[in-house]
Design a protein around this ligand. Structure first.
Ligand code: HEM
Length: 443
């Protein structure tokens, strides 16, 4: 334990917390996400005991390892496995309902409506999720075999993920730069990564308010767990390229508009620190590339528009005059790209399925993932932008606008099409390792 901000920083139980919760994936990664339905609860529980030694915890994370394997359960999965009624009732309401049932909160309408999701996503047939990542494609076989030994289950969905050769997500942006830093999680924070109390993300520890987050009972099930939102986004890369071409004055202007939508140049360099031109050195310098605030340096959004993706999802100090405590609406991101790359310069869709699987982790789906999605991404009211949505990820229908403040004149982009379509998703619970043992030993 150590002291920070007058409070004691707890010792996190690294050997019990699943690795993906606290540790980022490698920059160069290959992986597979496997979703299972439970057909025979007894056989499934029995086999969970067998897979336990293969599950990666946070302990000793920096040592080389051939792969990481993490495992999570949906509410219907926990029900199927025989978790007692009292425990089931102690999970949060939104987790019990499941992601599809939360479509009104999440704004999943039109093309994003769960009725259009890829089966079995959003059905009650997804029970266990296994997340496998490795720096070596060849090292995936061992954990796949381990997952294949899960008994009493059927594989109902599988998605290969991996970093595109460019090292960037499909729209061409470098991703995975922003924080936060969790107090007590070994390495010191990088500049600009806010230090957040662990209970915002891990159950069983104090959160920003100094309280323990609501957690499922008994403690054996709740301690060191987290909620996980799994969401598959299809990226219409050709539509994005065409939109930039049709609305920009020049190729340089295309890059500027793209940067204004996200708040970073595609290289990852933040507009907040390099507003007029890309800066590839800044982009890859972890001591500088996240070290910025908005309130004093960019109050009117002249550098980073108020509606830009990164300013919406983490307004930093922008909202300090309002009652919103930004740090109670943070989340941990563990996304991974899937699908083939649309070759450079191609402006017509090739019909291929590509995009990002997002994994958001935290202590409260409602206060973190759902709040960000509903209040900050799908609306503009909180920054005086009316009904404007996030320019890249918004559920657009061809009529939406995007305001880019600027000198001498602001720009307003019109007719935004849908660049990102939700293919489906699920809410999971990512238990600690002892909790998985507890589930495995249920009668
Ligand atoms: C296909 C959909 C999405 C794409 C392509 C995308 C892309 C990006 C990119 C390029 C960045 C900047 C790099 C970085 O700071 O790491 C970023 C940052 C971020 N995104 Fe997204 N994103 C998507 C959806 C979402 C959603 C749905 C959420 C939340 C519900 C979200 C939350 C965040 C957060 C919290 C940051 C870090 C912001 C900061 O701390 O400054 N993203 N995203």
């Amino acid at each position: 334990m150590s002291e920070s901000a007058g409070r004691t920083v707890p010792t996190l139980e690294f050997d019990d917390i699943q690795g993906t919760l606290l540790r980022r994936r490698p920059d160069d990664y290959h992986g597979v996400y496997l979703l299972y339905r439970i057909d025979d609860a007894g056989a499934a529980r029995q086999s969970l005991r067998g897979i336990l030694p293969k599950i990666t915890s946070c302990a000793d994370w920096e040592s080389p390892r051939p792969f990481t394997l993490n495992i999570a359960f949906t509410y219907s999965g926990l029900e199927r496995l025989g978790v007692p009624a009292e425990s089931l009732a102690s999970f949060s309401a939104e987790f019990r309902e499941g992601m599809a049932a939360r479509k009104n909160v999440l704004g999943d309408t039109g093309a994003n409506d769960p009725s259009n999701w890829v089966p079995p996503l959003g059905s009650r047939d997804v029970h266990i999720g296994v997340l496998i990542l490795s720096e070596e494609a060849g090292a995936l076989q061992e954990p796949r075999t381990a997952a294949g030994r899960l008994g009493g289950v059927s594989l109902v969905y599988q998605l290969d993920v991996g970093v595109p050769r460019s090292g960037r997500e499909h729209f061409g942006f470098r991703d995975g730069i922003g924080g936060p830093h969790i107090r007590g999680s070994t390495s010191p924070p990088l500049p600009g990564h806010d230090e957040i109390w662990p209970g915002e993300f891990i159950l069983g520890y104090q959160d920003e308010s100094g309280k323990l987050p609501d957690a499922p009972v008994p403690d054996a099930l709740g301690r060191n767990g987290a909620y996980l939102a799994f969401r598959q986004f299809h990226s219409d890369v050709a539509a994005f390229r065409r939109y930039l071409r049709d609305h920009a004055k020049s190729p340089e202007d295309e890059e500027l508009i793209a940067a204004k939508m996200i708040g970073r140049w595609r290289s990852g360099a933040p507009l907040a620190l390099s507003p007029d031109r890309d800066d590839p050195d800044l982009a890859v310098d972890p001591m500088r590339n996240n070290d910025f605030l908005y309130y004093d340096d960019d109050p009117h959004g002249q550098r980073v528009p108020h509606g830009a993706h990164i300013r919406r999802v983490n307004p930093r100090d922008s909202l300090k005059d309002s009652v919103v405590a930004v740090n109670t609406h943070r989340l941990l991101r563990r996304g991974a790209a899937y699908g083939s790359v649309l070759p450079d310069g191609v402006l017509e869709d090739d019909g291929a399925e590509r995009g990002i699987i997002f994994i958001f982790l935290g202590a409260s789906l409602f206060r973190q993932f759902e709040f960000i999605q509903q209040v900050w991404l799908n609306d503009g009211d909180f920054v005086g932008l009316g009904t404007e949505k996030d320019p890249l990820t918004g559920n657009h229908d061809g009529t939406d606008t995007y305001t880019i403040p600027g000198k001498p004149v602001r720009r307003r982009l019109t007719g935004l099409p849908r660049f990102v379509t939700v293919r489906g998703g699920e809410y999971f619970y990512l238990p600690g390792l002892r909790a998985i043992g507890w589930i495995a030993s249920l009668p």
